[in-house]
Design a protein around this ligand. Structure first.
Ligand code: AMO
Length: 425
């Protein structure tokens, strides 16, 4: 029988078996104290030399981060844990080598490169584990929201023939005698599912972007949370997005109290209605802050930083110029589109739009963007035989995690980041 460390407080006086890593040991006179860590927490185990001299000597020499099973009795103690395990038996399941390439309990943290190079050790730290326990809450609460609201989960191909978000950011792959790409987004397939009559779909899956820039916000592989919904417009799916963000923030607040405490973070308040700011209003805000920006120009990082500094909350930027949005975005009028972004401060969390559903408009848009409609024939076909009006969006899971936990680098929210220089581990 196995006991998790988090259960021990309720087991005072009982005999337990804990399994975990020895993160530290300390000899004080005729006592040895071991700090044992498992996925649920940390506790102290203690052995009196006179109770088992041979074991005492063995434990004294045991390297940090060795994996053990400890059998013993839980007693109240003066330690910071309030309890400790009085050791009767220790089974060394696997001894760790020494020295460690990365310290787990060092007060000063190693640089990010060293941490990522030794990620399995870095992730043993309760603070890093907490980030991913919280990320699990985020993705699962979003998944549950979709299931409760009648969405169908889909899995679309990740080896594809065509670009969706612009041709320069594609990773080529050799597909037998043909050239293919890693999928940048399930965009085309989730839209085809609307023509297939699936009504509301979602997918949580990797997306690949061959972006050259190595920033604190970009990965070359990220987790995209996508939806597509039939008979909805831009405002309809913005409402869903607002709900989804609030549900995930509420769940983190309610279910991850311990992890937030370990990370020393306050839960993010999302209890307000997310502003809708049009692109035109946004550039006026930028101009009033002294930025020079032409109508129709993309919002640069300095502008998003400048305006976003006053908007430390979630807000939408809507009605983007058509020229700045992909071919599948529905026009609003001659100049503007029904595309939107969800921002938190300067950071973009989501892009979405009501889509074009008329095949002629779609072909015209593809041509305007310099794309060859022939390459998209499998997609256009779905529009020619009864495509309903539809809208959707995609959230970057790592970016949402960054915002909910106020992390300063997207790599902190990624188990094994893929960036311009990193391909292992
Ligand atoms: P977009 O390209 O804006 O839109 O991507 C959607 C969201 O995915 C995240 N994201 C990234 N995260 C980390 N690193 C990257 N390199 C990266 N690129 C994007 C962001 C972004 O907001 N097909 C559309 C979505 C749609 O309209 O449904 C799309 O892919 O959080």
């Amino acid at each position: 029988m196995r006991n998790y460390i988090s259960e021990l407080r309720g087991l005072v006086g009982k005999d337990v078996n804990i399994y975990g890593w020895v993160q530290n040991s300390r000899v004080v006179g005729s006592l040895i104290f071991l700090e044992i860590r498992d996925v649920s927490g940390i506790t102290q185990a203690v052995l009196f030399k006179k109770s088992n001299q041979e074991l005492f000597e063995k434990l004294k020499k045991l390297n940090r981060e060795s994996v053990v099973r400890i059998n013993g009795k839980v007693v109240e103690s003066q330690s910071k844990y309030g309890i400790e395990v009085q050791i009767s038996e220790v089974e060394i399941l696997n001894e760790s080598m020494a020295p460690l390439p990365l310290g787990i309990i060092d007060p000063v943290e190693a640089d990010l490169e060293t941490r990522l190079e030794n990620r399995f050790l870095d992730l043993r730290k309760p603070s890093k584990l907490s980030i991913f326990k919280i990320q699990s809450t985020i993705s699962n609460s979003i998944r549950n929201y979709f299931i409760e609201n009648g969405f169908i989960e889909i899995h679309t191909p990740k080896i594809v023939a065509a670009a969706t978000e612009g041709g320069t950011e594609l990773f080529p792959v050799q597909y037998f005698e043909r050239k293919a790409f890693l999928s940048q987004s399930p965009q085309l397939y989730k839209e085809i599912m609307m023509s297939a009559g699936f009504d509301k779909v979602f997918e949580i899956a990797p997306a690949f972007r061959a972006e050259e820039h190595n920033t604190t916000r970009h990965l070359n592989e990220f987790t995209s949370i996508d939806i597509e919904v039939s008979f909805h417009d831009d405002e309809g799916v913005m409402k869903i997005l607002e709900d989804v963000i609030k549900v995930s923030a509420d769940n983190v607040r309610d279910k991850n109290k311990k992890e937030l405490e370990i990370l020393n973070k306050e839960p993010l308040n999302t209890n307000y209605s997310f502003k809708r700011i049009t692109y035109s209003e946004y550039i006026n805000m930028a101009r009033s802050k002294g930025f020079e920006i032409k109508d129709g120009e993309d919002l640069s990082t300095p502008i998003l930083k400048g305006v976003g500094a006053d908007l430390k909350e979630f807000y939408f930027i809507t009605r983007w110029p058509r020229d700045l949005k992909p071919f599948y975005v529905q026009p609003y009028d001659e100049k503007y589109s029904r595309g939107f972004d969800l921002q938190y401060g300067e950071l973009e969390i989501t892009s979405g739009a009501q889509r074009v559903h008329n095949p002629e408009v779609l072909i015209e848009n593809l041509k305007k963007k310099g794309l060859n409609p022939e390459s998209f024939s499998f997609y256009i076909k779905a529009f020619q035989y009864g495509m309903p009006p539809h809208a959707g969006w995609a959230i970057g899971l790592e970016r949402l995690t960054m915002v909910l936990l106020d992390l300063n680098n997207i790599r902190e929210a990624t188990l094994f980041p893929r960036d311009r220089t990193r391909l292992t581990p």
